[in-house]
Design a protein around this ligand. Structure first.
Ligand SMILES: NC(=O)c1ccc[n+]([C@@H]2O[C@H](COP(=O)([O-])OP(=O)(O)OC[C@H]3O[C@@H](n4cnc5c(N)ncnc54)[C@H](OP(=O)(O)O)[C@@H]3O)[C@@H](O)[C@H]2O)c1
Length: 500
């Protein structure tokens, strides 16, 4: 992967817009603290939090202490490291709509640059509601925040969602490009920061045995699942405008498809990797030979594990008449020489029986069955499963003779688990991605054309849904694997969803 662990980032100040929010509390500050614990944070580094709630530097530090205590990967807090880390945290009470607050921020930045000797390098992190992105970008661009020091860099990390359809993503790209060059823009998809997701490329391109069979001649189909057991929680009003298609499919799942299907890049550089991913996204098409190629569902009340769960329309912030999908299954095809005719079935949903994400590659059956009919019936196709979470690892299923004189074949599993094979705990995705941004490495961030190509695929789905020619919303009981129609959907192709 990008060689960030061997390099040391430049001095810099990180400005977090949305410094009092959930993402900052649960992910960003704990990630920075852990980078410090692991010795990756530059010595000359500072943070300025930007949000409306009144706080002083001291009260902000105290709140962030509690956040780190609760959400840090490394526990317990190392008090000596924290004491130094806390001195780098600052807070600027501000409203993103008020231009004066950016000038005040600029003054504060100059002071902090001086106090921490951060050389004028700035990393702006947009962790506010997405509606605020254009305003913040414009104010940063129009004020002197971007152009202070000769030779210093300014980079901007933009949280997901990046747009809500192709037109809005294009507008946001155009708007951002008015003030930042593409190489300064880091569109984050935290899935790409997960070790197991990065390992897809290592697995494929650092091993000689898989690539020759990674194509339509040997692969029957691919299934990608991102299942969550939780409901929408307190995100009901956001989620109701997004649905699973915008929340998960457009970003995480299409990235998983792209990484699984891409050609080997000519080198391991940001643009070479992203060029190959874009080619896959351009070749993607939803298979509409049966219906519109999608099955949409929404969870009703049910039981997940031992707990009763209310239905989606009873959730806080969700209108009772909502028809937003909380489950989506989709069949996509990739029109290129490697993948023509190999279906990729993708499914994602909330309130499914468990939290699990995996990519499963099912190979074709042997061309000739040499065994008796009874034995032949026991043979299952080889399946390679890349488990992304929670049991990170890779497993290969193949048929084996059951010991003894009987004629029995049983599938067995060859299993690699990250947890037991490596002693080193994996860093959180945000640690990896923030560090990469400080290092100026955008390999694991999405480029403008990538994000637009992904949206253009989904725009065709939205068009069918909006015109009434798409699939209907089917109810499924919380705690089940989605609507029955999803089973029928894949069965119609003579296949079935993996039992997870
Ligand atoms: N939470 C996650 O796990 C997660 C995961 C992936 C992506 N994201 C994305 O990250 C972004 C933030 O999510 P979140 O869950 O952290 O949201 P959140 O908890 O609602 O936080 C929003 C932040 O924006 C600030 N803000 C709102 N209006 C403001 C204004 N007028 N001026 C200045 N600051 C303002 C809020 O601070 P004040 O109220 O103090 O002003 C708060 O700090 C969203 O785009 C979300 O889609 C979040």
């Amino acid at each position: 992967m990008a060689a960030s662990t061997n390099r040391y980032p430049d001095a810099c100040t990180m400005v977090i817009f949305g410094a009092s929010g959930d993402l900052t509390n649960r992910k960003l500050i704990p990630a920075l603290y852990n980078l410090d614990v692991d010795g990756f944070l530059p010595k000359n580094f500072a943070v300025i939090g930007f949000a409306r709630k009144p706080k002083t530097d001291e009260s902000y530090r105290a709140e962030m202490y509690e956040a780190v205590k609760e959400f840090s990967r490394t526990k317990p807090i190392d008090e000596a490291i924290w004491a130094e880390f806390a001195q780098r945290l600052h807070y600027a009470q501000s409203d993103y709509g008020n231009p004066d607050d950016y000038e005040k921020l600029n003054e504060r930045l100059r002071e902090i640059d001086g106090a921490h000797d951060t050389k004028g390098n700035r990393l702006y992190y947009l962790a506010t509601p997405p509606e605020a992105y254009p305003t913040i970008i414009e104010h940063i661009g129009e004020s002197s925040l971007c152009k202070n020091f000769e030779g210093a860099w300014a980079r901007i990390i933009v949280e997901k969602p990046f747009g809500h359809d192709l037109a809005s993503a294009r507008d946001l790209n155009t708007h951002t490009h008015k003030y930042f060059r593409e190489e300064q823009i880091y569109r984050i998809d935290h899935y790409l920061g997960k070790e197991t997701v990065q390992n897809i490329l290592v697995f494929r391109f650092a091993n000689g045995i898989y690539e020759p069979i990674w194509n339509r001649r040997y692969i029957d189909h691919v299934q990608i699942t991102v299942a969550e057991d939780i409901g929408v929680g307190s995100r009901g009003s956001y989620y109701d405008h997004a649905g699973v298609i915008r929340d998960i499919i457009q970003n995480h799942m299409l990235q998983l498809v792209a990484l699984t299907a891409m050609e080997p890049p000519v080198e391991f550089s940001a643009d070479a990797v992203r060029n190959e991913k874009v080619k896959v996204l351009k070749a993607l098409r939803v298979d509409t030979t049966r219906g519109d190629g999608t099955i949409r569902g929404q969870y009703g009340p049910g039981k997940v594990g031992k707990s009763l769960a209310q239905g989606y329309t009873q959730e806080e912030g969700v209108p009772p008449e909502s028809t937003t999908e909380t489950y989506l299954a989709m069949k996509v095809l990739i029109d290129n020489w490697r993948w023509a005719g190999v279906p990729f079935y993708i499914r994602s949903g909330k309130r499914l029986p468990k939290r699990v994400s995996e990519i499963a590659i099912t190979f074709k059956m042997p061309p000739l069955l040499l065994f008796s009919d009874t034995m032949g019936q026991q043979i299952e196709p080889n399946t390679l499963a890349l488990n992304i979470q929670p049991d990170e690892g890779i497993s290969l299923k193949f048929g084996s003779k059951v010991p003894g004189s009987g004629e029995n074949i049983r599938p067995v599993i060859m299993d690699f688990k990250y947890g037991t094979s490596f002693d080193v705990p994996a860093p959180d995705a945000y640690e990896r991605l923030i560090l990469d941004c400080m290092l100026g490495d955008s390999t694991l961030f999405t480029r403008s054309d990538e994000v637009e190509t992904a949206w253009s695929l989904l725009d065709s789905v939205f068009d069918r849904w909006n015109s009434g020619s798409g699939s209907f919303i089917e109810l499924y009981r919380a705690g089940t694997w989605g609507p029955k129609q999803a089973d029928d959907f894949i069965k119609a192709d003579g296949r079935q969803w993996r039992v997870l």
